[in-house]
Design a protein around this ligand. Sequence first.
Ligand code: DGT
Ligand code: ADP
Length: 422
Amino acid sequence: MAKQAFSRLGRWCSRMFAVECDPSSDPVYFALTKTPQTRQCSERQAFEKIFRKAKSFSLHVCTEDKIQRAKFYEDIKNNTIPGVSRGCSVFDVFSFHPDVKNSALRGFLVRGVADIQETGLFDELVRNPGLNVCTYVLEEDTEHWWQHLWSKAEDGRMVVVEKYCLVPAEKPEHHPSTLNIINSDVFYKFGDACKVLRECTKFIPESKELLELVDQGLPLKREGRFPVIVIEGLDATGKTTLTRSLTDTLNATLLQSPPQCLSPWRPRFDSEPALLRRAFYALGNYITAGQIDRASAHAPVIVDRYWHSTAAYGIATAVSGRVDNLPGPGSEVYRWPVDLLQPDLVLLLTVSPEERIRRLRFRGAEKTREEAELEANDRFRSKVEQAYKRIEDPACVVVDASPPPDQVLQQVLLLIKNKCHL
Ligand SMILES: Nc1nc2c(ncn2[C@H]2C[C@H](O)[C@@H](COP(=O)(O)OP(=O)(O)OP(=O)(O)O)O2)c(=O)[nH]1
Ligand SMILES: Nc1ncnc2c1ncn2[C@@H]1O[C@H](COP(=O)(O)OP(=O)(O)O)[C@@H](O)[C@H]1O
């Protein structure tokens, strides 16, 4: 029988598959069937786009434990795939139940690989209980593409344990990369973020110290009476410049997320898989919330990034392919966490891409992984901007930050006066 993948996997053949051959167009969707139907020419072309009559294999990470699955996926992505795919095409592939939350398994499809089954690496991959390894074969007589699911037999040989014929499938309502966002790419409760950080103490002992930094009695309702204003925006839109001038002008307290106290651990978590990175940033927001609660009893508070950054970068990183693959406006992924202190006003600074790159170059600062991605990838930048603008309660007020600093400051002071009666 096929390798016993983790329980949520259900029967492998009941799943749908999406292969992202070209990030600027829809994935190729297919399902599996034991009995091939008659083949239409258009169906054949759909699979031609993926396979082009070349030998291909796919790997799906199906480890039961969410953290191990995230770590294993990064290992496959950063180490295994580069090693086996020289001269090949590599596509992101999702295995999922259409529109079923948390059902998506991420993987890779490698096309144009020579006899992968003849290599020791193939045996190693097939033996790994956390991987579903498949090869794809075109049966000349029927012109059907078949997926062969491999496993290790009792005698240790690698054998095909299931054969399924590929049949084109309809595009689901939700792109498969959006299915796992909640509590994997974005956290909506303090306890959910802490659960991930608690579970990763076995390989990141520092997580224990992190958890001790958070005041368990969260500020759900603000005691303070001064306004709290968050400044958001892509890198080099002028947040640091504006937050400093605002703080001086309003005699405010300047805070940031993640807070300074997390700085020693940030490089480590920035190098971890998205699941751990996002739990870290979520924790940062809750620590900053405690600081906001105390500071807003004495003076207005200005915050340099807060939950909008965490959610926008988490969603934009998770959702692959086109910008319109993002969850639509009003989706639950854009809702403010029920237990996170809400600011009075969130200002989203925007400048043209050209102006932003000019300012980045001028600033010449060290780039984080996301900053590098923003610069390299217009599509990612557009997804971050769209996600920022779809977040609700509170929604961002968009500010054109392209004028000179003093004009932006005056424009923002007017906004604060009108919205916060300051
Ligand atoms: N602050 C913050 N940054 C996040 C989060 N998720 C991803 N990032 C990315 C966004 C940016 O690429 C980078 C921003 O890091 P920082 O806030 O420490 O840098 P800073 O605001 O000084 O950068 P910037 O002035 O915007 O260029 O980290 C998050 O939850 N909070
Ligand atoms: N309104 C502005 N007009 C022109 N340059 C600006 C403006 N605001 C900031 N800058 C410059 O752009 C660069 C990035 O500004 P910064 O405040 O660090 O942005 P962020 O904090 O959003 O990354 C800096 O060199 C800064 O001096």
